[in-house]
Ligand binder design. Structure first.
Ligand SMILES: C[S@@+](CC[C@H](N)C(=O)[O-])C[C@H]1O[C@@H](n2cnc3c(N)ncnc32)[C@H](O)[C@@H]1O
Length: 211
């Protein structure tokens, strides 16, 4: 008979993708300073999603120190593309630029400073993939901007959808005809927090959902 592996969380904690010294340093720094970052499991997931979708134009909302931006930058570089990352705090953006330069990604990832909703409202570029990782109350208001800026068939990934602030976003994206979405309740070692929701959605064509 098939049995489950005992202590699944401990087991999967031992199966976390390895990251390089720079990312380990950023994880340690984030832990010391209580900076919420995606960690190696979601980081690797973001890299894989960006690679398999061949995303050349990536928009990240919420840069922090550039940890997730490094995963996107590496995927973007392999796709001959670029990443735009939006960050509210000038000091955080400066740290991120330094870390991205250390990763050799200064030319691939552009960090823009400002309130994400305001910056998005002024943008007219089209993106293949958008990653949502700002204050959770802004997720719902950001959704219409994501819809405008994402190509049809583009991928939207939202982190931290287990937070109460994301609840209205979670309902809206599941029921809105412009999106086909799935919410994943996940165990994510070294993610902040380790138990959280992760949401993946594709922007469907104007004709609506295909079922
Ligand atoms: C969860 S952290 C991002 C972590 C990063 N994605 C990573 O995993 O390495 C959120 C960041 O978004 C910034 N932020 C929060 N609300 C924002 C907003 N409305 N507009 C722009 N940046 C925002 C915060 O200053 C913080 O640095």
């Amino acid at each position: 008979m098939c049995a489950m592996i005992p202590d699944l969380e401990g087991y999967f904690r031992g199966l976390v993708p390895q990251v390089d010294d720079l990312l380990v340093e950023l994880e340690q720094e984030a832990s010391r300073e209580a900076i919420p970052i995606v960690g190696p499991v979601v980081g690797e997931l973001l890299f894989i999603l960006a690679r398999v979708t061949n995303a050349a134009r990536i928009l990240e909302l919420g840069t922090a120190t550039g940890y997730s931006g490094i995963f996107f930058g590496r995927a973007g570089a392999e796709n001959n593309g670029r990443v735009v990352s939006l960050e509210l705090e000038e000091a955080m953006a400066a740290r991120a630029r330094g870390n991205l330069a250390r990763a050799g990604l200064a030319e691939v990832v552009e960090v823009r400073v400002g309130e994400a909703l305001k910056l998005m409202a002024e943008m007219n570029e089209t993106f293949d993939l958008i990653f949502l990782d700002i204050d959770k109350e802004s997720y719902l208001p950001a959704l219409s901007h994501c819809r405008r800026l994402l190509k049809a068939g583009g991928l939207l990934v939202a982190d931290n959808t287990g937070f109460t602030g994301a609840a209205d976003f979670n309902r809206e994206i599941l029921s809105h005809p412009a999106w086909r979405a799935v919410h994943l309740l996940s165990f994510l070692p070294r993610h902040s927090p380790e138990h959280d929701g992760l949401t993946l959605a594709v922007k469907v064509a104007m004709s609506g959902k295909l079922w």
